[in-house]
Ligand binder design. Structure first.
Ligand code: EPU
Length: 415
């Protein structure tokens, strides 16, 4: 099992270039299955989640070439067969194959998807959308057999603006007959990126980025070239690193609008931020002021940055509260921050952080991806040496994290 070791308290300066977004790439790769020709996707991050999706594509018989962040996928001759559970349970995004295969072949056999254990994460909204489009679903233990004579557009109201259910409904509806309308759709940039990709292939999707998306089905999708958007969560994580230790730390290849909720909070905390068209330059202030945070769907404060920003809140003067409204179990990082010297209590969905507290290095575990990011940030500001175990969770989502942080002055190793 791999570990990360950090010798804390090094200033960070220089430039970190943000990679392509994990949560966009992991939807685009399964979406490529719908294409009847070759697709080329640039800026794909080389992380274990994208590699797990290549494993599924290859298992299905697609031809995939992935080099220098360029992925070429030829899914014109794939065989629609049951995806083994040991591959699909490696990540949440495997369930985009459910929708893409159903949309293309009107049949799919797959197990419940994997992903970080941060809550129950049901897939009821996706299954509801499939049924509205005319699919029949047989569920046996954790395996789903989903079939349709034909898929016909319908009105899908999502009970919550779920990213996964929105993308799955788009994928299933792209080749359906007639028009599908998604109400209360997720507005995340990753949803927009998928819609643009499909439209580049010839799909007819409007409204992505708003809460009402309309998809008019088409018969054929042709070859196209597309690019993954920059990872707003990776960018946010390094912006927080800049707030904690930055000496003019530059974070480049970002879309500032995608991280606006974070930027505004950092400014409220007192962090020095210079904003360019596609970069930020961030320096640590003398003092950190307290703020309260509530996670929400986009454009609200991203739940994926809730754990990373907790490390920063341990350095703020006074009491801050974080309310997590998306997942029921996303505070597993708190016990480890407290082990490092933080003063955080959790009651229901609110964490209360008293600061500032000195953090000291010790052995901690990355229970999930963003908990891992939180602990890396904690290790960077702690006295002494921090050892993080279970880092495979972290490596699922942050491309070249060791190299990127080392280049700007951190003392961090993967052993
Ligand atoms: N939900 C349901 N039923 C559904 C779908 C969702 O109850 O059918 C609930 C979930 O249980 C959760 C909430 O709705 O409480 C939001 O779930 P959503 O479907 O939006 O999340 P997701 O699509 O499973 C994606 C990202 C997550 C990110 C959320 C933000 C991917 C692969 N994952 O998850 O990313 O937190 O959107 O809403 O895109 C991460 O990167 O660390 C991560 C967990």
């Amino acid at each position: 099992m791999q570990k990360i070791t950090i010798h804390g308290k090094q200033k960070l300066s220089g430039t970190i270039t943000i990679s392509g977004a994990k949560n966009s790439a992991v939807a685009l790769i399964p979406a490529a299955v719908l294409c009847d020709e070759k697709t080329t996707i640039f800026n794909v991050p080389n992380i274990s989640d994208t590699n797990a999706l290549i494993e599924i594509l290859t298992f299905l018989g697609a031809k995939v070439n992935f080099e220098n962040e360029k992925m070429v996928i030829d899914s014109s001759n794939i065989e629609n067969k049951e995806i083994p559970e040991e591959i699909s349970n490696k990540l949440r995004a495997s369930y985009y194959f459910m929708a893409a295969l159903l949309g293309k072949y009107k049949k799919v056999e797959m197990h419940f998807p994997g992903g970080c254990s941060i809550g129950a994460r049901p897939i009821d909204q996706t299954l509801k959308a499939f049924k509205i489009l005319g699919a029949k679903i047989v569920e046996e233990k954790d395996k789903y057999t989903i079939t349709a004579d034909e898929l016909i557009g319908g009105n899908v109201y999502l009970d919550m603006p779920s990213v996964g259910a929105t993308i799955n409904t788009i994928l299933a509806a792209t080749k359906a007959k007639g028009t599908t309308v998604i109400e209360n759709a997720a507005k995340e940039p990753e949803v927009v990126n998928v819609a643009i990709f499909l439209n580049n292939m010839g799909a007819k999707i409007t409204g992505a980025g708003t809460s009402e998306i309309r998809i008019t089905g088409v018969n054929k999708l042709h070859s196209c070239i597309h690019e993954v958007i920059p990872d707003r969560i990776e960018a946010g994580t390094y912006m927080i690193a800049g707030a904690l230790l930055g000496d003019k730390l530059k974070i480049e290849n970002v879309i500032p609008e995608h991280v606006e909720a974070l930027t505004l909070k950092l400014k409220d905390i007192g962090v020095n931020i210079e904003e360019g068209t596609d970069y930020f330059i961030i320096s640590r202030p003398d003092k950190f002021k307290v703020v309260n945070i509530k996670t929400l769907g986009y454009p609200g404060f991203a739940t994926d940055l809730q754990q990373p920003i907790t490390t920063l809140l341990t350095q703020c003067e006074g009491v801050s509260n974080i309310e997590e409204t998306i997942y029921e179990n996303r505070f597993q990082n708190v016990a480890y921050l407290n082990k490092m010297g933080a003063d955080i209590s959790v009651y229901k969905d609110i964490a209360t952080i008293k600061g500032p507290t000195k953090l000291h290095g010790c052995e901690v575990a990355a229970t999930d991806l963003r908990a891992g990011a939180c602990l890396v940030l904690a290790g960077l500001i702690a006295d002494g040496t921090t050892t993080i175990t279970n880092v495979e969770h972290l490596l699922r989502g942050y491309e070249k994290i060791i190299q990127k942080l080392t280049n700007v002055g951190a003392k961090i190793e993967l052993n």
